[in-house]
Design a protein around this ligand. Sequence first.
Ligand SMILES: [Zn+2]
Length: 257
Amino acid sequence: MSLFVDAHCHLDHPQFEKDMDAVIRRAKEAGVAAICTAGVHPASNRIALELAKKYPIVKACLGIYPPDALQREMYDAQWKPFDVDEEIEYIRKHKEHVAMIGEVGLDYADLASDKSAQREIFEKMIQLAEKLRKPLVVHSRKAEQECVEMLQSARTKKIIMHCFSGNFQLVKQIIDNGWFLTTPTHVVRAEHFQKIARDTPINQLLTETDAPFLSPIKEQRNEPAHVVVAVRKLAELKGMDIAEVERNIYMNFQQLI
Ligand SMILES: [Zn+2]
C-alpha cells in the first residue's frame, strides 16, 4: 500500500473545477493517501470542507491568508470582503472537520498591504491553532524573519513552514525549533529546496504539491498525484529508498494531525 502525502495544495482553485473526480482518482492511483487542501478566505474554506466531506482522502485545512483578508487574491473571482473574527468563529465551529489551520502567514511581497494589520491577523491565527490544538501551515513571502520570530514566541510546536524561501540561517532555526519544512514538487529544479531537503532531518520533512502551482513540469498544471515526484527526489537527495522516505513522511504527517 502506498502512503504518499500531499501536505498542501489548493483544490478550490478554478483550474480544478472541471475535472476534480479525475484529479482525485489519479492521486489514488499514484498511491497518495492524504491530500491537504488549504483555504485562504471564506469561499475557499467552505470548498475545502465540502471536498473533505465528499472525498475521504481530502483533509480540510482552513485559514485566512492576510492579503486575502486585507484586499484580494489575484486569481480568485470568489473573493469578497469579509470579517476576520467572524471567519475565525466559523473555523472554530467546524473544528472537528479541520485537519490543520492554514494557509496563514505574512506576505510582504504585495507592497500595498498593511504590515501591522497582517501581523495582527497572523497572531489571531496562531492563537486559534493553539486553542484548537491543530498544526499551523505557514507561508511567508518577503517576511520570513518576522514570521519565524512571531512563531517562536508562540507556544505551539506543530508548525509546517510550507515552501519556505527564507535564508539558511532561518532554515537552521526552524530545524532547531523542531518545526517541519516541506519538499515541494518543483524541488526537481529548485536548488533552494534541494538544499533544504538535504539539511533537514527526515523526521521534520513533509511533501507537497501546492497544486495547481509549482508544477514539476514547467507550464503545466500541478496536481496531487505529482507529489510522488517530490518523494522520489527526496529519496535521491537523502540516499534513501523511496519506500523508506514514503513511510517516514507518512509517520510525520500522522504525528501532526
Ligand atoms: Zn499554498
